[in-house]
Write a protein that binds this ligand. Structure first.
Ligand SMILES: C[S@@+](CC[C@H](N)C(=O)[O-])C[C@H]1O[C@@H](n2cnc3c(N)ncnc32)[C@H](O)[C@@H]1O
Ligand code: SF4
Ligand code: SF4
Length: 299
């Protein structure tokens, strides 16, 4: 009998659960090495030698989409635009797609989709964190893309203990740029992380959150929801996360990292394997609770 040999390896078995949304690290490679980055931590699958061919990734993403009924996909890395052709093809597979990029490869034209561009403070501080010359390169990319199409371009600052006092200076530098808005997310530390980026506890972080809430009232380009930011305050934060992520709504998202041998691996959550949920700053966790509360109050 002439058995057909499958062209591509089947994806890793992640069980039978439905995941309406997922994220994929299309590559473990990145041209930057930002100081706070969770991708390049020890416990994270991050070897750039571990890769999957584009064709295999498209095949596996299609299989996973059908099995887990994935409707929305977030493309990231490493730097996803190192693999821009793959990203554009893979975006066609999903009802909704978005990209998070460091902005140094230009802003992709993906009309109707969201492109989030990361910058971590005003120019001097951003370049200390993200690398010399990165701020100007990103600025150039954003102005070069201006008005090309209806791609939604948002800037995102990851607030850490180190850059927290420069939020206002950052907003003032970028609010006149041709973007749709500025988003903020907060540092997600590892369990043993007491370095310069991490607050020791949630109470220590509260002042920064309150400051951002005040800034939002006077800077309309800040798109963070006040209700979601309030949930990040130490009084409420653990109810959204749990000490070990047991309440976390982001855990309903399937994280697809490229692991050993170029096969997909699922990490504990989008932020890797050794995260400290009791100090989590992922805005999406709190915004998801906030949106749920709003839906409940309307019902
Ligand atoms: C890991 S990067 C990948 C995409 C792309 N290379 C970039 O920098 O946007 C995605 C986002 O995660 C943020 N990030 C990195 N490490 C983080 C951490 N420990 N806690 C919270 N956000 C983090 C980055 O600042 C960036 O906005
Ligand atoms: S550009 Fe993105 S993936 Fe690369 S090191 Fe920085 S945060 Fe990490
Ligand atoms: S660290 Fe990960 S699992 Fe824990 S609360 Fe944050 S997003 Fe959820």
């Amino acid at each position: 009998m002439n058995e057909e040999i499958p062209l591509f390896q089947e994806p890793t078995d992640f069980g039978e659960d439905e995941f309406s949304s997922a994220l994929v690290l299309v590559t473990n490679a990145c041209n930057l090495r930002c100081k706070h980055c969770f991708v390049y931590r020890e416990e994270t699958p991050n070897e750039s030698r571990d890769k999957m061919t584009d064709e295999c990734m498209l095949y596996q993403l299609r299989r996973l989409r059908d099995k887990h009924r994935i409707r929305s996909m977030l493309f990231m890395g490493g730097e996803p635009l190192i693999k821009s052709k793959l990203v554009f093809e893979a975006m066609e597979l999903f009802e909704q797609s978005s990209i998070v990029t460091n902005g140094t490869y230009g802003i992709p034209s993906v009309p109707g989709h969201l492109v989030t561009v990361s910058l971590d403070g005003p120019k001097a501080l951003n370049d200390q964190i993200r690398g010399e010359g990165v701020f100007d390169k990103v600025r150039q990319s954003i102005f070069a893309h201006h008005l090309k199409d209806d791609t939604t371009v948002m800037l995102q600052m990851t607030v850490t203990k180190k850059n927290a006092e420069f939020i206002e200076a950052f907003v003032e530098q970028v609010e006149c740029w041709p973007i749709s808005g500025i988003a903020f997310t907060f540092y997600v530390p590892d369990q043993d992380d007491h370095g310069e980026n991490a607050w020791n506890d949630l109470v220590e972080r509260d002042d920064v959150i309150r400051k951002l809430i005040e800034l939002k009232k006077i800077h309309p380009m800040i798109k963070s929801n006040i209700g979601a930011l309030q949930l990040m305050l130490s009084e409420y934060s653990l109810s959204a996360t749990g000490l070990h992520g047991e309440n976390c709504r982001l855990k309903k998202m399937l994280p697809l990292y490229v692991g050993k041998g170029g096969q997909f691996e699922r990490t504990f959550c989008c932020y890797g394997n050794n995260v400290d949920c009791s100090r989590c700053g992922a805005y999406g966790v709190f915004n998801s609770v906030y949106n749920q509360q709003r839906r409940n109050s309307r019902a």
